[in-house]
Design a protein. Structure first.
Length: 400
């Protein structure tokens, strides 16, 4: 069986590794547009920006791994089209035949047209090269403006403040991370950043961006302009699903796949940020833009290619590190509001665990600086709600 993987990221590298670990001896070709071998993205907004980790530490595999495992890694190579009938991937340099195809094309940062048109010093953070260039600008006294108080925006704000930069974050919502976490938990992150000197402006509507002598001037409705040496636009990402759409595959906020990560074409699967998959435990389609899902999607897709009939049931997981706060989250909340919240510990003091309850199910859980909590959280999420679950006096470990 000849396998082609489009996308040179973590899901792609994980799929290739699993194929070899499961004894697959056929050809594996991994096609990626970036010049680097596959790497992990979490360090890009964390340790790499802080200078506590180096680029080579982010690599999924050592450079020699690909040759040693007979994986044909083609960096700097872009897939331009798919011929599903003939089972061919079109490249600028020719075609690749496949028996099984994995789409692991990831996601692309959303742009603001006013920023792109401004000629101001505007950047996005998605790639290793983006992170290395940004790190050079996070210097003592530098003025950094960030549009968007999501995970990337807040992690960059944390790194920038720790490197001595002045930081202004502009967020249109009433609270950072409000859609994901809801008001009560989102307030913790707002307080955290303000305590560390971030000028966090909530409900801020950006109405214009200009370049003025090499500086970014951001105009905000109802207040004065923000002047910065560098402007980071961090307003989320969109799945890179154009290749699939042009080929006629079903696309809706990513490539639509079933619980086995399969498209309606039995020879084509999708994994990672681009895959919008049916999740049996959650009872809905989800598209997850996090490291853990990329790893396990890639490995699961490989096993399905080799004949596994197990659906993908692993719960979404992500983590963040900001200043002295560490957080891990498992599960999925479709919008932070409309759920019951059960808090154990001291949320304001950032030593707590939280459960989200919807109807009769625990749908998500997280902890702040409670490093023994992630195991019990994984065990509890997906279960039915009981009186003990609702009682914050019952220790989390006793629910397992």
């Amino acid at each position: 069986m000849n396998v082609v993987v489009i996308g040179g990221g973590l899901a792609a590298a994980s799929a290739a590794a699993e194929l070899r670990e499961q004894g697959h001896t056929g050809d594996i070709v991994v096609v990626g547009g970036e010049p680097h071998p596959p790497y992990e993205r979490p360090p890009l907004s964390k340790g790499l920006l802080l200078g506590s980790s180096q680029p080579q530490e982010a690599s999924v595999h050592p450079p020699e791994w690909y040759d040693e495992h007979q994986v044909d890694l083609r960096t700097g190579t872009v897939a331009t089209g798919l011929d599903l009938d003939r089972r061919r991937v079109r490249l600028e340099s020719g075609e690749l035949p496949y028996d099984r195809l994995l789409l692991a094309t990831g996601a692309t940062p959303r742009h603001l047209p006013m920023a792109d048109a401004s000629r101001a010093p505007v950047v996005h953070l998605r790639t290793l090269d983006d992170a290395l260039a940004l790190r050079e600008r996070l210097t003592e006294g530098a003025r950094i403006a960030i549009i968007g108080a999501g995970w990337i925006g807040l992690e960059v704000a944390s790194a920038a403040r720790q490197r001595g930069a002045s930081v202004t974050v502009l967020e249109s919502a009433p609270l950072p991370l409000q859609r994901v976490l809801g008001d009560e938990v989102a307030t913790v992150f707002a307080d955290l950043h303000r305590e560390h000197g971030v000028d966090l402006r909530l409900g801020a509507q950006v109405v214009g961006i200009e370049d003025e002598h090499g500086e970014a001037v951001v105009h905000v409705e109802g207040s004065g302009p923000v002047v910065a040496d560098l402007l980071l636009v961090a307003v989320g990402v969109s799945p890179t699903d154009e290749l699939a759409a042009r080929a006629g595959l079903a696309v809706d906020n990513g490539v639509l796949v079933d619980a086995w990560l399969r498209t309606p074409d039995p020879h084509v699967l999708a994994a990672g940020d681009v895959a919008n998959h049916d999740h049996p435990t959650l009872g809905t389609h989800v598209r997850v833009e996090h490291w853990d899902t990329a790893i396990h999607h890639g490995r699961h897709a490989a096993r399905v290619m080799l004949g596994s009939d197990e659906p993908y049931t692993r719960l979404p997981y992500f983590f963040t590190d900001q200043y002295d706060l560490g957080m891990e989250y498992v599960g999925h909340v479709a919008g932070g509001a409309g759920h019951d919240l059960v808090v154990r510990g001291d949320l304001a003091g950032r030593q707590a665990s939280v459960l989200w309850l919807q109807e009769d199910r625990v749908v998500a859980g997280m902890h702040l600086n409670d490093w023994d909590a992630i195991g019990p959280l994984r065990a509890v999420v997906g279960r039915q709600v009981t009186d003990a679950v609702r009682d914050p006096a019952v220790p989390l470990a006793d629910l397992v």
